[in-house]
Design a protein around this ligand. Structure first.
Ligand SMILES: [Zn+2]
Ligand SMILES: [Zn+2]
Length: 213
């Protein structure tokens, strides 16, 4: 079975280990996906623990369970936002620096050309500044935004929750802070013959529509 977060992986290879506490999400998107899967599987303790400390104040597992009551969360779509993709590519660069070596060399070549065209006569003071190594900050970001749409059924109606969320790192772990809801949140009508919102390539009526109750 595909993971609840609609990734191509299974639950045990995707959000499961995060919810069980065996692993920690290494990106804001992973945390967001695992929180969705926790809602889908009613793991409210995990929802609570993955808020920032500030937001955990005044929240309880009971509150979270109560606010989620009656909703069947069935699909998630993560939107490719500019900020999220740049964060991902930054993390990607850190993980697999060899893959990007071709891009790097092009950038360096261009920089070299520019440096030559803008070359000034080298005096002693210039030499000093040139010999100074160019340091590029290779720090992992501590904040990230992720935009997503989550779909759920309530009283046989279909709803969408479209949010842009703020995440930050606390004690080395990604945490959900808050989010801004978009205007298109609420009850929606979705054609039964359209491709399912979960990305299964099946018709909606033959896929997630069957989870409506
Ligand atoms: Zn997942
Ligand atoms: Zn589906």
């Amino acid at each position: 079975m595909r993971c609840y977060c609609c990734s191509s992986k299974s639950f045990d290879e995707c959000c499961g280990p995060f919810i069980k506490g065996d692993k920690h999400p290494s990106s804001a998107e992973q945390l967001m996906r695992s929180r969705f899967s926790a809602y889908a599987t009613a793991h409210y303790q995990y929802i609570l623990e993955t808020y920032t400390k500030e937001k955990q104040q005044g929240l309880s597992v009971e509150d979270l369970a109560q606010s989620a009551q009656g909703a069947t969360w069935f699909a998630l779509k993560v939107h490719p936002t500019l900020a999220a993709s740049s964060v991902d590519s930054l993390v990607g660069n850190l993980v697999s620096s060899t893959e990007d070596s071709s891009i790097d060399s092009t950038v360096h070549a261009d920089a070299k050309v520019e440096a030559v065209t803008n070359a000034e006569p080298i005096s002693k003071t210039n030499l000093k500044s040139i010999s100074k190594p160019i340091t590029k900050p290779i720090t992992k970001p501590n904040n990230a935004i992720v935009e997503f749409t989550a779909y759920y059924f309530e009283n046989k109606s279909m709803y969408q929750l479209h949010e842009t969320s703020n995440f930050s790192v606390e004690d080395g772990k990604w945490r959900y802070h808050d989010g801004v809801l978009h205007d298109d949140c609420g009850k929606i009508k979705y054609g039964r013959n359209l491709p399912c919102v979960c990305g299964s390539n099946k018709k909606f009526k033959q896929c997630c529509a069957t989870k409506s109750r």
